[in-house]
Design a protein around this ligand. Structure first.
Ligand SMILES: Cc1ncc(COP(=O)(O)O)c(C=O)c1O
Length: 404
């Protein structure tokens, strides 16, 4: 279970002496290190833990995770560069729409595995590898025929741009085997985002192991890798009821025993579950007001810094850091024991982080702390809409603050 260590935010706020309203991402690197180590220690030996860089590619995050994870899942040359600067651990290059120059650069950089997302991509990889006189180790990414999850974002089991239709996999294996430059190392099954059901996740894993073993046997492939992707969820709606990681880890251990003699390595590419809990978006309330019978708080910040709640049309989990100091000689606006919608500083009604949630008290000058903002927070947001200044990015380790 993830626990939030609140001290990093408090450490930052205590030491903050800026005159401008507070607006920052605060990352607790001690918490991240401990959490990542707990995940790693819980996994059986036949699992390798990759970090999906897209969840949060900040250098300090990558540096903290580097000694703990087995490798990195990357989706662009930009991400390859970031990892390359600080690690020699394996990289797995996934994602649809790989450009020729990205495939070439990945080969030159000795990226360890490339996902194949389509027949055309397979043909292009073989062509480029032949020209370069190298072999490309690949995982065939499968878009499963059956639905695999109740999670609301699915990449597989439904029509999407991702992977090769499961029904076409036999033909693609046959084709890949005709290419000397292509080495099938395994299969890739990343299928969903933010799954909250550990039991369903285990059923998915068992199903894909069985499918991969059947293909291996039928085509006499060695292909030891089965990549089960990421998709472990954060319960943003009820943080007291998190994804049951222990159940997943125990289930994976059972699979290790069950498939003991099968020469299998299971790759996990964890993004959200790795970094969400280490980051908080911290933003000062500029105004509190009411109209049409509803209450609104307006922040220094908003969805251009933290787009996730607007994208998912949810209230982001938050707590209120009360600030007693009031800088003006006139009345302080505030509300008591009521519901509030928390909006940002942008000129659009979509700029909402919290919709009609109950608060005991909220006043202009208080600070809202949006927890679980360490994954798909800053990195997926439209930073420059309206050209407001960016938030500070604050990394806290051993009570020491490092601002970027
Ligand atoms: C191929 C692939 N692997 C891993 C991940 C990480 O998923 P998550 O952050 O849900 O763990 C993603 C996210 O989109 C992905 O596309």
């Amino acid at each position: 279970m993830i626990t939030i260590n609140k001290s990093a935010v408090e450490t930052y706020l205590e030491q903050n002496n800026e005159s401008e309203p507070v607006c920052a991402y605060v990352y607790d690197l001690d918490h991240l290190k401990q959490h990542a180590q707990t995940i790693k220690n819980s996994l059986p030996d036949f699992c390798e833990l990759y970090y999906a860089v897209k969840a949060n590619p900040a250098e300090q995050i990558l540096q903290t995770l580097e000694p703990i994870v087995d490798g990195f899942e990357v989706a662009s040359i930009g991400e390859i560069n970031k990892v390359d600067e600080l690690s020699e651990k394996p990289m797995l290059f996934g994602g649809p729409g790989k450009k020729d120059h990205e495939i070439i650069e990945a080969m030159e950089r000795n990226v360890d595995y490339l996902n194949v997302e389509s027949v055309h991509e397979l043909n292009r990889m073989a062509y480029l590898a032949e020209q370069a006189q190298v072999k490309i180790p690949v995982l065939l990414r499968v878009n499963l025929s059956t639905n695999v999850s109740d999670s609301h974002i699915r990449m597989s089991g439904v029509p999407t741009q991702f992977g090769i239709d499961e029904r076409d996999i036999p033909d693609v294996i046959v084709k890949a085997l005709t290419y000397e430059q292509i080495e099938i190392k395994g299969f890739h099954f990343h299928a969903m985002s933010n799954n909250l059901d550990a039991d369903a996740h285990l059923r998915f894993v068992e199903m894909v192991i069985e499918k991969a073993l059947a293909w291996r046997e039928h085509y006499d492939l060695e292909a030891p890798i089965i990549d089960i992707g990421g998709g472990i969820g954060i319960n943003y709606w009820d943080t007291s009821n998190p994804f049951d990681w222990d159940m997943l880890a125990k289930g994976l251990s059972t699979f290790q025993a069950k498939y003991n003699n099968k020469n299998l390595t299971l790759f996990l590419e964890i993004g959200r579950y790795m970094t969400a809990g280490c980051g908080s978006y911290v933003s000062e309330v500029l105004d509190v007001k009411s109209n049409h019978g509803e209450h609104f708080a307006v922040l220094r910040g908003g969805s251009h810094h933290l787009r996730l709640p607007a994208a998912w049309k949810m209230s982001h989990p938050f707590r209120i850091h009360s600030v007693e100091e009031w800088r003006y000689p006139f009345e302080r606006p505030g509300i008591l024991n009521t519901e509030v919608t928390v909006a940002g500083e942008l000129c659009t009604p979509n700029d909402v982080l919290v919709r009609k949630e109950y608060v005991d008290r909220l006043r202009a000058g208080d600070i809202m702390v949006f927890e679980y903002a360490g994954a798909y927070g800053w990195t997926i947001s439209h930073h420059d809409f309206l050209s407001h200044p960016h938030p500070e990015h604050v990394f806290v380790m051993n009570n020491e603050i490092n601002k970027v």
